[in-house]
Design a protein around this ligand. Structure first.
Ligand SMILES: Nc1ncnc2c1ncn2[C@@H]1O[C@H](COP(=O)(O)OP(=O)(O)O)[C@@H](O)[C@H]1O
Ligand SMILES: [Mg+2]
Length: 232
């Protein structure tokens, strides 16, 4: 079982969106059994799922399970999932991190093997994120010294052609965190996400998002294959 955390220091960089984009795609087009734990105080995914139930109807069968939990409850849920072999991947939408996390948050982070860090390319964001990414790099080193493989990558979100783009690779390189080659552009298809629609169901979504998903599977060494829809 893999535990993947979307985490950032800055609000609004795309943590919740990343969790939903990936959960929707993997749950629909791969064999992976997926749970999402909404451990963020904002409860965005929980609210989205409630909206989805209203829009699509109570009868809708969702492709992935959702549990809303505080960090302590999240730890218990993960332990239970290990015992019962119910899931292949657990995504956690983490509270945003300041570097001064409480024990429950640190303990939850320590249960994760993978981190995915969306970064908005603006100078201030790159600076703030740089500090956080240094913490991530430390975490990776501690885990790997214990013999536990750890995957940490950052990616450009809201990508468009602006001067600030150059800051991110510099910071990432400086602290030893690798960036995705694929970028997620600033686009409508990414803005209007929910908890059940796969981005790969439209031709535009496939053009934009498929390279990112392939890179995600390869970088995080997930043992799965996608069955890509071809319609629309
Ligand atoms: N690549 C993108 N293009 C357009 N809108 C985006 C993109 N990524 C995220 N958004 C939008 O930006 C807002 C913030 O993203 P969200 O995932 O909620 O951030 P976080 O969880 O990190 O606070 C959301 O309204 C989302 O729809
Ligand atoms: Mg969020």
């Amino acid at each position: 079982m893999r535990i993947i955390c979307a985490s950032t220091m800055k609000g609004g960089a795309g943590k919740t969106a990343t969790t939903c984009w990936l959960a929707n795609v993997l749950a629909k087009h791969s064999d992976q059994r997926i749970l999402v734990i909404d451990a963020d105080n904002q409860k965005s995914i929980t609210d989205l799922r409630e909206e989805d139930k209203e829009i699509v109807g109570e009868g809708l069968k969702f492709d992935w399970d959702l549990k809303t939990a505080n960090p302590e409850e999240a730890q218990a849920i993960i332990e239970d999932a290990y015992e019962n072999d119910k899931y292949d991947i657990i995504f956690i939408d983490m509270p945003r991190m300041t570097g001064l996390e409480d024990d429950a948050i640190i303990a939850l982070l320590a249960m994760a093997d993978s981190f995915i860090i969306p970064v908005k390319p603006a100078r201030t964001d790159a600076l703030a994120t740089g500090h956080f990414m240094a913490t991530m790099a430390d975490l990776k080193k501690i885990r790997e010294d214990e013999g536990m493989p750890t995957y940490i990558y950052a990616f450009h979100n809201f990508y468009r052609n602006i001067k600030e783009n150059s800051y991110l690779p510099e910071f990432a390189e400086g602290i030893g965190i690798e960036l995705f080659d694929s970028k997620i552009k600033l686009k409508k298809i990414y803005e209007n996400y929910n908890t059940h629609t796969s981005l790969l169901e439209s031709a535009e979504g496939r053009d934009e998002f498929l390279p990112f998903v392939y890179e995600f599977i390869q970088k995080y060494e997930l043992e799965t294959q996608l069955t890509i829809p071809t319609s629309k």
